[in-house]
Write a new protein. Structure first.
Length: 591
């Protein structure tokens, strides 16, 4: 063997024939017989030997993984893998044998990755196949193996990601078509990884780096292409970058400062793919690259890019957090903010005020708002949550008034966080109050097209539907307490505000004062809720533990507002009954 090969083998702690284990000797016999049968063209015998080889490796890997703390079994696994690497690294090995073994060995040896020192050897074995076998075949083999090893642990997929990043650079023909097949496999594997609970030998940072290497490999292939194919591959790279931006941003639960280097490197791909912050935050760039790649009949392909819109918004948010990230994306946040602030009217006027046109922008805005909601709900520090909430209010204020209520309602309906629902209901109440104030001073809401959208208002019957959504959930029964106490309290406060405002103003825009709605709210919302609250309170009277105290603190404000609402409804119902009785009396007297 050549000196370079001898150096690699000694570095990998290759076994010596004199003291080889029985399992290693048996493996050596199978490999030799398999090689001979392949060279002789005996397909039947070679297939049988390949199956025996895989079974032999499976039994050793299963035993090693079952007893991870057993040093002797770990050493046996290392010796077996070293034997395989020594065999496939031999200069005298026939290429046909290497090609044939490449179909089964990568998947078989990958099962050793959780065993002690085996990870590096597995990576070297896969790398040997990548550098010596057909790139087209290895691309298919690694994708199949990666799909086979779909798991929540980073260990299993790491060698295949590393192999794919190398083999992508070696593709000779049909570059776009082959990479288009690889990208969904990689993204689905990354999506399946549970970064928070992962405790394997492969650090999440390493996996981040491997995902970045794949992006770099795709970028290097772009340099070999031109024209339409180059444009399509850049678009595909852009979708890949936005998807992993979302996946890894959610997984990075540690300090923001430690995430900046990775996000900065990832952001460098944005200008290369023709993606700007303005185009990402408005969604125009996303639509452009998606249309360039995804056809209408590719539903499965669309599914692997399910996070590109949140990823686009997060890309801009990272740029706002760190100047280093913005510089990597070749952007200036001050310019972006000025553009969004000064061109608010022009942005909506550009679509000619046609309802069918500007409604088409709502899904993009909805996705952006949901991404901001994720930060409000899950951010660990107070400052990012406050900044995200301020951003949420600014984005909502930028939506035409005629569509703002529908957007708020959609956010409420699609949220499963009681605290977030409470915040959104408070925003609804704030919009209603602002509308009343404008009417009192004789002003009206500015409209893009007053004739098409006459006097839009939050004061409609839809408000009662929002209240009912919380107080009488669609799935039936009263809300769950105390878990949903925040949402329930905000819904009760909204109902009380509407009831008092309509009564004192002698109006009934929402229909809240009609007899049927009063009876409905009383019998279907308030009384069942009172029964639930009083039941919980009575059950906890004799308990003095911390849980009971916390539950009482959560329910006290709900109970106070609830009884006030009941008093108001009973008062209005008595008024209606008295009025009806007086009218009947007058009618009888007149006859």
């Amino acid at each position: 063997m050549e000196q370079a090969d001898d150096h690699c083998l000694s570095k990998l702690q290759l076994t010596q024939p004199s003291n080889a284990r029985p399992s290693v000797l048996r493996l050596r016999e199978i490999l030799a017989a398999c090689s001979k049968s392949i060279e002789n063209g005996d397909t039947h015998q070679s297939e049988a030997l390949e199956s025996e080889l895989v079974n032999c490796l499976d039994s050793i890997s299963e035993a090693a993984e079952t007893e991870l703390d057993n040093g002797d079994i770990e050493s046996e696994a290392v010796e077996v893998l070293n034997e395989i690497y020594q065999f496939i690294s031999s200069p005298s090995l026939d290429q046909g044998t290497l090609d044939t073994l490449s179909f089964d060995l990568p998947k078989a040896v990958s099962k050793f990755v959780r065993v002690g020192r085996c990870l590096d050897i597995v990576d070297n074995i896969i790398d040997r196949f990548v550098t010596t076998c057909s790139p087209r075949d290895m691309l298919s083999i690694l994708c199949e193996a990666l799909d086979f090893q779909m798991t929540k642990a980073t260990n299993y997929i790491a060698p295949f990601l590393s192999g794919l990043s190398r083999v992508i650079r070696s593709i000779q023909k049909r570059h776009f078509e082959q990479i288009k097949v690889v990208v969904p496999v990689v993204l689905n594997a990354l999506k399946a990884v549970d970064f928070e609970t992962n405790d394997g030998d492969v650090k999440c940072d390493t996996l981040h780096g491997q995902a970045m290497d794949i992006a770099s490999s795709i970028q290097s292939v772009c340099a070999k292409l031109d024209g339409k194919v180059n444009e399509k591959l850049r678009s595909l790279l852009g979708l890949y970058v936005l998807q992993i931006m979302a996946l890894f941003s959610v997984s990075m639960s540690y300090k923001v400062s430690s995430c900046i280097p990775f996000v900065s490197k990832l952001s460098r791909f944005l200008p290369f793919c023709g993606l700007s912050y303005a185009g990402l935050i408005t969604g125009s760039d996303i639509d452009a690259i998606s249309d360039n790649i995804i056809r209408e009949d590719e539903d499965d392909y669309i599914a692997c890019f399910s996070y590109i819109k949140p990823g686009a918004c997060l890309s801009v948010i990272w740029g706002d957090i760190s100047e280093e990230v913005a510089q990597a994306a070749e952007e200036k946040m001050s310019v972006l903010k000025d553009e969004l602030a000064t061109k608010q009217t022009e942005r909506w006027q550009a679509i000619d005020g046609e309802q069918s046109d500007y409604i088409s922008y709502m899904p993009s805005l909805f996705a952006a708002l949901q991404a901001v909601q994720m930060i409000i709900i899950y951010a660990q520090d107070t400052t990012p949550r406050k900044n995200a909430f301020s951003l949420l209010k600014k984005l909502l204020a930028d939506i035409p008034y005629s569509e703002r209520f529908d957007m708020l309602r959609a956010l409420i309906v699609n949220s499963d966080s009681p605290s977030m629902i409470a915040l959104l209901l408070d925003l609804v109440k704030g919009e209603m109050y602002a509308e009343i104030c404008r009417k009192k001073v004789g002003t009206d809401v500015q409209q893009i097209d007053a004739e098409a959208h006459p006097k839009p208002s939050f004061w409609t019957a839809s408000i009662l539907e929002l209240v009912e959504l919380v107080l009488r959930p669609p799935k039936g029964g009263p809300p769950v307490l105390p878990e949903q106490s925040d949402a329930v309290l905000s819904a009760l406060n909204l109902y009380r505000y509407v009831l008092i405002t309509e009564a004192t103003g002698n109006t009934n825009y929402t229909g809240v004062l009609s007899k049927s709605n009063l009876q409905k709210s009383y019998n279907e919302w308030l009384l069942p809720l009172r029964t639930l609250v009083t039941g919980i309170v009575s059950e906890n009277k004799t308990d003095y533990d911390q849980l009971a105290v916390d539950m009482e603190c959560a329910l006290n404000p709900v109970e106070l507002v609830l009884y006030r609402c009941i008093e108001l409804v009973e008062e209005k119902m008595r008024g209606i009954f008295t009025t009806a009785r007086d009218m009947v009396g007058k009618s009888l007297n007149s006859t």
